[in-house]
Design a protein around this ligand. Structure first.
Ligand SMILES: O=C(O)[C@H](O)[C@@H](O)[C@H](O)[C@H](O)COP(=O)(O)O
Length: 246
């Protein structure tokens, strides 16, 4: 049975407009989380997301309102490479965001790339437990991307990981999107989140967007992210939205 939760769609004329709207959305969610519990626990994806998220959020106007000192940042998926490797999602987010705002270093939780992918996934699951709590970790906000094939995190179409429902963090050795060795949050965690933001831009995403938002029978990995007690908000630009026209 597909989990239920609200789905909102925010279509922006351009990627630049999307970044501005996304920044204001995030500022509001960060303020709510800080008021409620004194911290804002998020997970970032890689790809184009960090740049799109940071573009406006690091401006003087936004960063004074974003409560960055209360952010606790994990990774929705990560490549099993050194943290300074060009493929590292941590390294990408450090360049685009962490080096430009005041998130305390001990509130950013990278993987341990010295471990094997399997050990790394198990260690990261323990890191989530230590930082967020026993059982299924509940994130305040997950920042997810989507591939042209409808994958999200490192959950790819037809991959056995789509059926993983006991581990909170799993490893993959055959990612169709290079590099092949990664760790990823699994659906139990994605579907326990309070808020999920998908950022999808560019014409390469239009077919996946049409399938996910128009086809009730779509089984694309990103479509299966439906938090039972949370909201999903799609931030898409016009190019990605072109697939939604009849
Ligand atoms: O580590 C990764 O590769 C990402 O987490 C991945 O899931 C990404 O979000 C999608 O592939 C979309 O990437 P783009 O936004 O660059 O198209």
């Amino acid at each position: 049975m597909q989990a239920e939760g609200s789905i909102s769609l925010q279509i922006s004329a351009t990627k630049d407009v999307l970044s501005k709207q996304l920044a204001e959305f995030v500022i509001q969610k960060a303020a709510e989380a800080k008021r409620e519990k004194g911290k804002f626990v998020v997970a970032l994806s890689g790809g184009s997301l960090p740049k799109t998220l940071a573009k406006d959020l690091v401006t003087d106007d936004c960063k004074t309102r974003a409560e960055f000192s209360s952010w606790h940042v994990y990774f929705a998926d990560e490549r099993c490479v050194p943290l300074d490797h060009e493929d590292s999602n941590y390294g990408l987010s450090k360049t685009e965001l962490f080096d430009k705002v005041d998130i305390p270093a001990d509130q950013i939780y990278p993987i341990d790339p010295s471990l094997t992918p399997e050990e790394c996934a198990a260690a990261y699951a323990k890191s989530l437990e230590a930082g967020i709590g026993e059982g299924i970790p509940v994130f305040d906000l997950l920042f997810l991307g989507i591939g042209p094939d409808g994958h999200t995190c490192s959950l790819f179409p037809g991959h056995p990981l789509l059926q993983e429902n006991s581990k909170t963090v799993a490893h993959i050795l055959d990612s169709p999107k290079p590099p092949p060795e990664r760790v990823t949050l699994t659906y139990p965690v994605l579907n326990a989140a309070k808020e999920v933001v998908f950022v999808s831009t560019g014409s390469s995403k239009k077919d996946a967007m049409r399938s996910i938002l128009k086809d009730p029978n779509s089984e694309l990995p990103a479509k299966l992210v439906r938090p039972s007690n949370g909201s999903v908000t799609w931030f898409i630009d016009q190019d990605a939205a072109d697939g939604l026209k009849n």
